[in-house]
Ligand binder design. Structure first.
Ligand SMILES: *[C@@H]1O[C@H](CO)[C@@H](O)[C@H](O)[C@H]1NC(C)=O
Ligand SMILES: *[C@@H]1O[C@H](CO)[C@@H](O)[C@H](O)[C@H]1NC(C)=O
Ligand SMILES: *[C@@H]1O[C@H](CO)[C@@H](O)[C@H](O)[C@H]1NC(C)=O
Length: 476
């Protein structure tokens, strides 16, 4: 029967699980098994894991084993041992590792198959006696709670089970040598898993910790924005079947490095799509994307000498005004000025396929540069398509086309008129001035080192319902 202590523990665990289910973060990095396998394989290579296998001290391990035999047998075995000149691994390779999800919460198993050939040199036979040895290192990966808020991914246990051990002679030998080889094989069967555990497991652990540290570095490296910056920090992480998900918080900084917006866990949920057939993904919530856009495109004033800068647009404005009043149109001279201010920062609405950005603009039209008051003032709601694409590890954002959806007359020196008559001229002004200006500020793109954490060189951005998703280009 479960005692009160067990019940308390269960309730605690349940509460923690529920808290996580409702926790939400502005960004989530999901790494599937293929990425973890590839990155761990790379780190094992960096840590010279195969060299470690090639240097396994087989002879001393076998000798050590033979000393443990009961005295009667020891003499026999000693005779065998004396006839060995050397016994060592002559070739070793690490085969394709496997990641297996475990039924327990927050755990998964990494299986690393090992393939080796050991050579035995003895005066009893001219050629080297060779053994083919297959084994498997297994490591348990889990989420460790270091304190109430901080979690880390750890490789908690590493062992070499004898169940996947196979040692066999590569060649047929004479009867006498065969008997010797068989004795050595019998000593290798218990010795090899022990050796793998003591020699290779520390290297696997070091490689894993190295991989985890590199991942954290890629996630937390500050991303420069112009102006300001963006910093991600892991909030918590979970293992979900064979996928590791890092939930990140984000800070948007201004040019002085001060935090302007801090996105922590919030009520706003972030729906992380299943990985499906992609190996990894990075998902950013719409409100964070908008905070970044607000940093890149702060509210701004434009003063345009329309006839000098864009004579064709000035002509169009005059023609449109003529439809309202010939006298008013005639008051425009070639020093006419358009003043524009972006009222609020642009607001991106992310949807699958084509996302849009909405902006509010206040526009004053001055007939000449001498007039202190505008002819009229318009409030304009615009809409553009937003395009996301990638260049290397940069996300590029571009506003395409601009339409003036609603035009309100806010102030007028020339009486009330139908603002729709100016729609085409206004769209031309916005297309000539606002769009190129904003696109030039977006042109540098945003460097995302996290692309490398996805296990790829290049990745593609796409928008889904209220999220921006980065997925690797080359899929497994
Ligand atoms: C792996 O081997 C290379 C060359 O022998 C050496 O420079 C490097 O330090 C080794 N790496 C580790 C982690 O021991
Ligand atoms: C939790 O641990 C991390 C590092 O292990 C430390 O930076 C952080 O301050 C700790 N938080 C609390 C609440 O103790
Ligand atoms: C999986 O990939 C194929 C092509 O590689 C694509 O056609 C399909 O839509 C993808 N499925 C999902 C669920 O993403």
């Amino acid at each position: 029967m479960a005692g009160p202590w067990t019940l308390g523990l269960l309730c605690g665990l349940l509460a923690a699980a529920l808290a996580e289910a409702t926790l939400s973060s502005p960004a989530v990095l999901s790494l599937g098994p293929e990425v973890i396998k590839e990155q761990l394989t790379q780190k094992l290579e960096d840590h010279n894991a195969t060299t470690i296998l090639q240097q396994l001290p087989l002879l001393s391990a076998v000798q050590h084993r033979s000393n443990r035999k009961i005295p009667l047998l020891r003499n026999l075995v000693n005779t065998v041992m004396k006839s060995i000149i050397w016994l060592k691994v002559t070739s070793a390779s690490i085969l394709q590792m496997q990641i297996q999800s475990l039924p327990y919460h927050q755990e998964m198993m990494v299986k690393i198959p090992l393939n080796m050939v050991a050579g035995l040199n003895t005066p009893l036979v001219r050629t080297i006696v060779e053994f083919h040895m297959e084994s498997e290192a297994q490591a348990l990966v889990r989420v460790e709670r270091s304190n109430s808020t901080s979690r880390r991914l750890v490789l908690s246990e590493c062992f070499c089970s004898s169940s996947n051990l196979r040692i066999r002679l590569l060649h047929r030998l004479s009867f006498v040598v065969n008997a010797l080889a068989e004795k050595i094989r019998n000593l290798l069967v218990p010795a090899l898993p022990e050796l793998v555990q003591t020699e290779l497991c520390p290297v696997i652990k070091a490689a894993f910790d190295d991989m985890y540290t590199s991942l954290l570095q890629l996630m937390t490296v500050p991303i420069p924005l112009n102006p300001g910056g963006l910093v991600f920090d892991p909030m918590f992480l979970i293992i979900e079947e064979d996928t590791v998900r890092f939930y990140l918080e984000a800070r948007v900084l201004n040019s002085k490095g001060q935090v302007t917006t801090w996105f922590q866990s919030s009520e706003m949920t972030l729906t992380v799509p299943k990985l499906g057939n992609t190996s990894s993904s990075f998902v950013i919530r719409q409100d964070l994307v908008n905070a970044v856009i607000a940093t890149l495109l702060p509210s701004e004033n434009f003063v345009i000498l329309l006839d000098y800068a864009h004579p064709d647009v000035a002509r169009k404005l005059k023609l449109s005004l003529q439809k309202i009043s010939k006298q008013v149109a005639d008051r425009l001279d070639n020093t006419q000025i358009v003043k524009m201010v972006t009222r609020n920062v642009p607001y991106l609405h992310l949807i699958p396929g084509s996302s849009t950005v909405a902006q509010q603009i206040v526009m004053d039209i001055f007939a000449t540069d001498k007039k202190p008051h505008p002819l009229f003032t318009l409030g304009i709601e615009t809409k553009s398509e937003v395009q996301f694409y990638n260049e290397g590890d940069r996300v590029m954002i571009n506003f395409k086309d601009i339409s003036s959806d609603r035009i309100r007359l806010m102030n007028s020196d020339i009486g009330v008129f139908n603002t729709n008559l100016l729609k085409d001229a206004i769209t031309m002004i916005l297309t000539a001035e606002l769009l190129p200006n904003q696109n030039s500020k977006l042109r540098a793109g945003i460097c995302m080192p996290i692309v490398k954490a996805l296990g790829c060189e290049t990745a593609s951005w796409s928008s889904a319902q209220e999220i921006l998703i980065l997925t690797p280009d080359s899929d497994f």
